[in-house]
Write a protein that binds this ligand. Structure first.
Ligand SMILES: *[C@@H]1O[C@H](CO)[C@@H](O)[C@H](O)[C@H]1NC(C)=O
Ligand SMILES: [Zn+2]
Length: 321
């Protein structure tokens, strides 16, 4: 298998990344009617709240997929008073040969995305799912720059899920697909196709001691993000997966969708209670990233909250707040 060059920085187009690094090219559906724009434009979705922008979040259902208006969309607000608690639910188990994995970190125009080599990470014991799920990528969601420039130039809170209305600074998603399907683009069209392991991100003053694992993740962000400020820039890098270990393993779980078009209702969400702690200075590097369609980074990259429509969020712990 081709190894992405290390440690050079390269500008690439998505087709050559697909060839070089085993990345999928979005497989686009053509079945839905009343489409205004070509589905092939799906990579150009925007996060702005402008109803006149056909690519903005409020027009995703019309422009990209009617599934974005479906009954089981994500993200949602998690009300800890309404959880269904099963303290004996088993913890998702991550499987890997080596905790240090090499991958490609790319600015895809919507986020910083780390692409795993197939087989470097998998997981089983996903709630309500059987079998093995293969990690495809992880990426982060975060807020935009405050429109007022007075507040020490930090980005606003931008997790996608909220807990009792509280929005964390950010949220990291490990996107995994069911191994019974040959690829992620095949899996996302099946109700049991995807699982996302999600971690809230909470920024801390640099001076606090927040543990080696968290520190490793801060260094990962702070040292890599400056190299991928521009759209389509990528870098070969590595991460120690211990960053994602959770002891005790406490999580929320529910069934929902991808939070970007095509909004596929194929995702079992597992959202860990304990956030990743990131140093303030490392987190500020995220605002270097250039976005598709948001040249002043006002909106960040989180989708607006979606209604539960009768779905119940479960947890494996009794909430204390
Ligand atoms: C990024 O790559 C895609 C795919 O090749 C291309 O269509 C797009 O124009 C590129 N964007 C920028 C800003 O270079
Ligand atoms: Zn995501």
């Amino acid at each position: 298998m081709y190894e992405c060059p290390n440690p050079t920085i390269r500008v690439v187009d998505s087709a050559s990344i697909a060839l070089l690094c085993g990345v999928f090219v979005l497989f686009l559906r053509s079945s839905d009617s009343d489409t205004v724009y070509e589905f092939s434009d799906v990579k150009y979705f925007h996060y702005d709240r402008n109803v006149d922008d056909p690519y903005g979040v409020y027009n995703w259902p019309k422009t990209f997929s009617r599934e974005c208006n479906g009954q089981q969309q994500s993200p949602v607000n998690i009300e800890t008073g309404s959880l269904s608690v099963d303290e004996f639910a088993s913890c998702p188990t991550m499987v890997y040969n080596s905790p240090v994995v090499q991958g490609t970190l790319i600015n895809n125009g919507h986020s910083a995305e780390f692409l795993f080599y197939p087989g470097d990470l998998a997981a089983y014991n996903i709630p309500h799912r059987y079998g093995m799920y293969i990690a495809h990528d992880f990426h982060v969601h975060y807020g935009g720059l405050f429109e007022s420039t007075t507040f020490d130039n930090q980005i606003s809170p931008g997790s996608e899920h909220t807990v009792n209305g509280y929005r964390y600074d950010g949220e990291l998603h490990i996107v995994m697909y069911n191994s019974r399907y040959g690829s992620i683009e095949e899996a996302e069209h099946h109700a049991d196709g995807l699982a996302v392991l999600a971690f809230f991100i909470h920024k801390q003053p640099d001076s606090l001691d927040f543990g080696n694992r968290n520190m490793h993740f801060s260094i990962f962000l702070g040292s890599n993000l400056p190299y991928i400020a521009n759209i389509n820039f990528s870098i070969s890098t590595s991460l120690n997966l211990d960053v994602f270990r959770r002891q005790p393993c406490e999580f929320y779980t529910y069934s929902g969708s991808t939070t970007t078009p095509l909004c596929n209702q194929a995702v079992q969400w597992v959202i860990f209670r304990e956030p990743l702690l990131v140093s303030r200075s490392a987190w500020s590097a995220i605002q270097l990233l250039e976005f598709t369609g948001d040249y002043d980074n006002r909106y960040g990259n989180f989708r607006v909250l979606q209604p539960l429509n009768g779905r119940v969020v479960e947890s494996n712990f009794v909430p204390t707040f």
